[in-house]
Design a binder for this molecule. Structure first.
Ligand SMILES: [Fe+2]
Ligand SMILES: [Fe+2]
Length: 247
């Protein structure tokens, strides 16, 4: 049973918790003249996410389906969504469209760059490229400019069946989850690169009011500081050799 919570006006967080891995998968529905779903979810999760969307609007009304990077939890159920929402259009970053999605989807999708704005009615979305952050050449985040909501994908990932929205910091939880992943078989989930701090500084300059997190609690409050401090946490945990050949 998905948990549906309005975390900002017209922004609905549809959360599915997998106890086996102690992890939430959060999908964001933005209700507007042209409704958008950010993150399709995994194919196996599609019935639950569709049920969550149905609590807010008819899934057939969706007009935009978007995500950060090409990965199963981000866009694996794209074909399932297109089957129930035939008037929807996929929208992702230009690299993702050219390298993966146009072929995977079988048609050209809307390729987003920071230079153009996707207007869905009263809301305005801009896609910022964030290569290799959280991971993947094609990675990016979506920013809704009128309410200043940042859809951050795997940035700020933390484990547990946590609150839909908090007003404080999530960074202690983020540090713990990054360190736990780094010590186990899923190490190097997020790389630390020369661009990590530059990208996080840029996202902080957007001065978001809410960060909509794919895994864990969304949060509101001093989001710029949280983004600047995430760079410190990531450097602490990730900026060191971790690769062992043959393991
Ligand atoms: Fe990811
Ligand atoms: Fe994810």
């Amino acid at each position: 049973m998905p948990q549906v919570t309005e975390i900002a006006p017209d922004v609905y967080r549809i959360s599915v918790f997998f106890p086996e891995i102690n992890l939430q998968f959060n999908h964001f529905l933005i209700k507007d003249d042209e409704p958008m779903l950010f993150h399709t979810g995994l194919r196996r999760m599609f019935p639950q996410v569709r049920e969550g969307v149905s609590k807010v609007l008819d899934p057939g009304m969706l007009r935009w389906i978007s995500w950060s990077h090409f990965e199963s939890d981000e866009c694996g159920a794209l074909h399932d969504w297109m089957a129930v929402a035939p008037h929807a259009q996929p929208a992702c970053g230009m690299v993702g469209a050219l390298v993966n999605v146009n072929d995977f989807y079988g048609k050209e999708c809307r390729a987003l760059t920071p230079k153009d704005v996707l207007v869905t009615g009263k809301y305005r979305f801009r896609y910022y490229n964030t290569p290799q952050l959280p991971h993947g050449w094609d990675a990016g985040v979506l920013f809704e400019e009128t309410q200043r909501t940042l859809f951050s994908s795997d940035l700020f990932h933390h484990d547990g069946d946590v609150e839909p929205l908090i007003s404080g910091s999530v960074l202690d939880r983020v540090r713990h989850s990054l360190a736990t992943y780094q010590a186990g078989p899923l190490a190097n989930y997020v790389p630390y690169t020369h661009n990590t701090k530059l990208i996080l500084d840029g996202l902080a300059s957007l001065n978001p009011l809410t960060v909509a997190t794919m895994h864990g609690s969304s949060f509101s409050g001093n989001c710029s500081k949280e983004l600047l401090d995430l760079a410190i946490v990531m450097k602490d945990v990730l900026d060191k050799p971790s690769y062992q050949f043959g393991f």
